[in-house]
Each structure stands twice: as structure tokens, then as C-alpha cells.
Design a protein around this ligand. Structure first.
Ligand code: G4P
Length: 529
């Protein structure tokens, strides 16, 4: 095995998807603990709060108790290196979440045991399904009253149309939660009362008939465990690694993240089964992680936490090759060479200067705005990665500076924010108004706050009559010109100067689609590359 092959085989890049409050933050914290990345439970939140206190624009985030900014956490466990990409849970920021999911190879779906599949779990799952992504399920909060495990399995199977296989089985719940039986490794793992840092040490058993179980558990609990597992084995298929990797089957773990129970069993499962970095789709061919030449794509841009600096960090997923600090990479869109001399890796304690990185790793590249979402960096080849979507905004508002003299400055700020992926911005052909489009309403507040604090431009957002936006394309330039001439009042340009049709209502859009059959009205625009 070459070093590259070995490093690729040992990487696990994943995200956690969950409805808010299911326990994503708690689980993240415990996973990091196992990786030795942080010393104390609670550190993720504390650090988060300290960081937030520093930046004014994140006030919105503090007030609402949601996480606006995603980050990357790297930790080692056994012989594997895990990259955990955090995704904001609030549905208003789903666009950011969707993009982050383009940079991972698998996902852990966390459910609240008392609630099962919730609205946001379902939406996020649909995005994973589009990419046939392997999903591991963790059903949390079994230290509280929860739904019956059979009903939970049924809920996942029915709601998500996914084959389910219990990987562990809970023994009791709430006050009577005694532990789990690890079905993949035949181990009994009991809740250790009064122990803070729980390890799922467990006792290896010789199947469920092992008399050890009768010694370690009350008689009624053993009997129920044996009956339940027999029934579950009768109802569910056997674990099939291939089906899991193709995204059609999910192994299900039970536990209680807050008590650190079941987390190690889950982590062992990910270590063994979760996929190593996959090939990335690109125009013309797929790029294998084992290719020697370095390549990667930008999936997220984050404004610097310090509002006085215009610096940004572009998050690049390394797709192939062995990256070393100081590498000169071609920025395919601008055809310029970038010298990556100060990349950052995101270890949980702090940002660290990256000396090297391997496929599946995420590298932060500080820049002044030249890098955009969807951009490719390579060792020379003109690669265009595909499948990093830009979504049609569902909410559109006009934005004006409080001081009309600042209109030009506002225009520049909006273009920068659009390049960063924080919103879509359109300049109307008639009237030259700025229209901002977002996927979730809360984004308007965050934007107004950022434009005021980072660019020093107080602005007002105003409701519009607009319904939605569609990027327009046509293979026939003459037809395109006819269309644009006839629809000047409904046309705008996005920050890349791509033409956009702004529809007043659904009828207006349907009518235009009918009248102009040669024009394509696109809901998503793949990021320019
Ligand atoms: P999220 O990131 O998915 O939104 O969820 P988070 O981890 O913040 O957890 C949401 C709430 O659920 C928190 O309580 C957390 O303590 C609790 N929780 C997480 N895992 C478990 C579990 O296994 N069992 C029980 N009983 N509760 C759990 P909170 O009161 O909202 O916040 P906090 O004051 O505890 O931080």
C-alpha cells in the first residue's frame, strides 16, 4: 500500500444531521472526547460562546441560540482520522448545510428517542439521498421515556423508505435504562451509574443465550431483551455493508449522548463501516482520491470573525493527492496560480497551521475574496467539479442604504456577500434596485447586521411583490435576446452577471415558461467554475 492509499483508507469525513434539539451538539462533544481532541465535556459550547462574544454580527445567533457558522473538527480514534463537519441545524440556514453535505462521505443521523423522524431530519436526509450517502442512525435520549424501539425502527423505514438494521438494542428506557446489547459484536454494555466519562467497555457474550446475561441483568430484562432481539432479527434484514455504502440501508444505534452512553459503540461502528473518501464527480470524469495530483473544491466561505478585516476563509475539501503547505495550485476559474502558504486545519482546540493534508481533509484558505463556492484548485488540470448547487431563493426583498449616498458601497458589499454564498443578490435591469434572495427569513436579519457592522452601511430591507427567481439560459442567442428584450422589467443580473428572471407570482412564471419554450428557467445554478 502506498502512503496515499493508506491515508485515504484511514480517513472518515462525515457530518451529523439532526432536527434542532435532538442532541447533535452533545454528541459532537462526546465524539471529540473519544478522539482526545478536547479535555472536558462542555468545551465545545464554552468555546463557541467565547468566540461568539467576540463578534458583533453573531448577536442574532446568540439571541436565537442557534449556530450560524459551521466549522470543521478533526480527531483521531484508533487508527483512523475523522473529519467532522458541523452543519447549522436551523432550517433558515439549510443552504449552507446542503453545501457542507457535498463535502462529506457519510452522515450520522441523530434522532430524539421520544420524537423519531422530525421535519428537519427528513429534509436533510433527502439531500443525503440525492447523493446516495451512507447514513448511520443514532437514537438519542434513551435515559428518558422514549418511543418503543420497534416503532422507531418502523418510523425510519416508513418515513425515509430505508432498510433498517439494529446495531445495538436498548434494555429498558428512562429511569430503567440499563444499557444496550451490541448486536454486531455480541457485547453487553451496561450504563455505569455515577461515572462521568463513560466508556462502552462491555462484556463479550457468546450470543444472547449466554448465561452471563442472566447474571448481569434482572430476569425480566433478560427475557425481554431475548424476545425483542429475536423479533427484530425476524423483522429486519441482516446488515449488508454494500447496501449501507449505497445509502439504502442504515444501521441503528441506541444511546444517551449526554451520559456518553452508546457513543463509543457508534464510533466503533463508524471506524469499521463508514466509507473512506469517495471519488468526486467532475465534468468529463470522476476524480479518484488516489490520483497523485492535488485537487480540491471550495464548498463554503466564511467571513472572518473580525469585522474590521475583509479576510475570508474558504473551506476546501481535498479531493485527491497529497497536499503540502506552500503548494502552488491553479485556481481554475481565474487561471491564476495561488501559493497556499498559510492554510489552516481545524483541530477542535484551535485553528492550526496545516503542514499537509490528505484526500477527505478540509483545509481553510485565507483569501481576500478571490475564492468562491464551487471553485476548483488543481495542479494544472482544468477540472470542473459538479454537483455543488446554488438554490433558487424563496424569499426576495429589496435592500436600500439608509443614506442614499452609500448606494455604491452597498453594491460592493452585496457582491462580496453573494460571492461568499451568504445570499443571492440581483440588480434589476430597470431601476437598478438591489434585490436580495434567501432561502430562510432569518438570513435577512443576519445580512442587515453584517452589512452594518462589517461594511458600516446601515440598510433597510423592504418587502417586494416578487415570488421567486429563475436563472435563464438558452442555446439560441437570438431567442435569448428576443426574450430579454421583451421582459426587461422582470430581468436582473446576479453577482456573476448571469441573467435572472424575477417572477411576480407563480402564474407569471408559468406564463413565461409557456410563452418561451426554448428558454430554460433554472431553479438551481451550479456554481460558476
Ligand atoms: P442540538 O445540538 O441537536 O440542538 O441539541 P443539543 O445537543 O444542544 O441538545 C439539546 C438538549 O437535549 C440539551 O438540553 C441537551 O442537554 C439535551 N440532551 C442531549 N442529549 C441528551 C440525552 O442523551 N439525554 C437527555 N436527557 N438529554 C439530552 P437543554 O436543556 O436544551 O440544554 P443544556 O442546558 O442541557 O445545555
Amino acid at each position: 500500500m502506498t502512503i496515499l492509499e493508506e491515508r485515504v483508507a484511514n480517513r472518515r469525513t462525515f457530518a451529523i444531521i439532526a432536527h434542532p434539539d435532538a442532541g447533535k451538539t452533545t454528541l459532537t462533544e462526546k465524539l471529540l472526547l473519544f478522539g482526545g481532541a478536547i479535555q472536558l465535556a462542555g468545551a465545545v459550547k464554552t468555546r463557541g460562546e467565547q468566540r461568539r462574544a467576540r463578534s458583533d454580527w453573531m448577536k442574532v445567533e446568540r439571541e436565537r441560540g442557534i449556530s450560524v457558522a459551521s466549522s470543521v473538527m478533526t480527531f483521531d480514534y484508533r487508527d483512523k482520522t475523522f473529519n467532522l463537519l458541523d452543519t447549522p441545524g436551523h432550517e433558515d440556514f439549510s443552504e449552507d448545510t446542503y453545501r457542507t453535505l457535498t463535502a462529506v462521505d457519510s452522515a450520522v443521523m441523530v434522532l430524539d428517542g421520544a420524537k423519531g423522524i422530525e421535519s428537519q431530519t427528513r429534509k436533510l436526509f433527502e439531500v443525503c439521498r440525492l447523493r446516495d450517502m451512507p447514513i448511520t442512525t443514532f437514537i438519542n435520549k434513551f435515559d428518558r421515556e422514549a418511543l418503543d424501539p420497534f416503532d422507531l425502527l418502523d418510523d425510519i423505514e416508513q418515513t425515509l423508505a430505508l432498510d433498517v438494521v439494529p446495531a445495538s438494542w436498548p434494555i429498558g428506557m428512562g429511569r430503567n435504562f440499563l444499557g444496550c446489547y451490541d448486536l454486531f459484536n455480541d457485547r453487553l454494555v451496561l450504563v455505569a451509574k455515577g461515572k462521568d466519562n463513560h466508556m462502552d467497555e462491555g462484556v463479550t457474550c457468546n450470543g444472547l443465550d449466554d448465561p452471563k446475561l442472566d447474571e448481569l441483568l434482572p430476569a425480566d430484562a433478560v427475557q425481554k431483551l431475548r424476545e425483542d432481539v429475536e423479533m427484530a432479527r425476524g423483522l429486519c434484514p441482516e446488515f449488508d455493508l454494500q447496501a449501507y455504502l449505497e445509502g439504502t440501508m442504515t444501521p441503528v444505534y441506541f444511546g444517551s449522548a449526554i451520559n456518553n452512553f452508546g457513543v463509543e459503540t457508534l464510533l466503533n461502528g463508524l471506524t469499521e463501516a463508514a466509507p473512506s473518501p469517495r471519488a468526486a464527480p467532475a465534468a468529463g470524469r470522476n476524480i479518484s482520491p488516489l490520483e497523485d495530483k492535488v485537487s480540491g473544491f471550495i464548498f463554503k466561505i466564511q467571513a472572518n470573525m473580525d469585522p474590521k478585516h475583509r479576510d475570508r476563509i474558504a473551506f476546501m475539501r481535498l479531493v485527491s493527492g497529497h497536499f503540502k503547505r506552500g503548494a502552488k495550485l491553479k485556481h481554475v476559474r481565474s487561471e491564476k496560480t495561488l501559493n497556499i502558504h498559510n492554510p489552516v486545519l481545524f483541530l477542535a482546540q484551535d485553528r492550526e497551521l496545516a503542514e499537509e493534508a490528505w484526500p477527505g481533509d478540509i483545509i481553510g484558505i485565507p483569501n481576500h475574496g478571490n475564492l468562491r463556492i464551487g471553485d476548483a484548485l488543481t495542479e494544472g488540470e482544468e477540472i470542473r467539479f459538479t454537483g455543488i448547487p446554488s438554490f433558487a431563493p424563496e424569499l426576495l426583498q429589496k435592500v436600500r442604504p439608509v443614506d442614499p449616498m452609500r448606494a455604491k458601497h452597498l453594491g460592493r458589499a452585496l457582491v462580496q456577500l453573494a460571492e461568499e454564498g451568504a445570499a443571492r443578490t440581483f440588480k434589476t435591469r430597470m431601476g437598478s434596485d438591489w434585490v436580495v434572495g434567501v432561502v430562510g427569513g432569518l438570513q435577512f436579519e443576519v445580512l442587515a447586521d453584517r452589512i452594518r457592522t462589517e461594511y458600516d452601511i446601515p440598510v433597510n430591507f423592504q418587502a417586494t411583490e416578487l415570488y421567486t427567481a429563475r436563472w435563464v439560459e438558452c442555446d439560441d442567442a437570438r431567442e435569448m435576446k428576443k426574450f430579454t428584450d421583451a421582459n426587461q422589467a422582470s430581468l436582473a443580473e446576479d453577482h456573476d452577471d448571469a441573467p435572472v428572471f424575477l417572477a411576480r407570482n407563480s402564474w407569471h412564471l408559468e406564463r413565461a415558461e409557456k410563452d418561451w419554450p426554448k428558454i430554460r428557467f433554472l431553479k438551481t445554478k451550479e456554481q460558476s467554475a
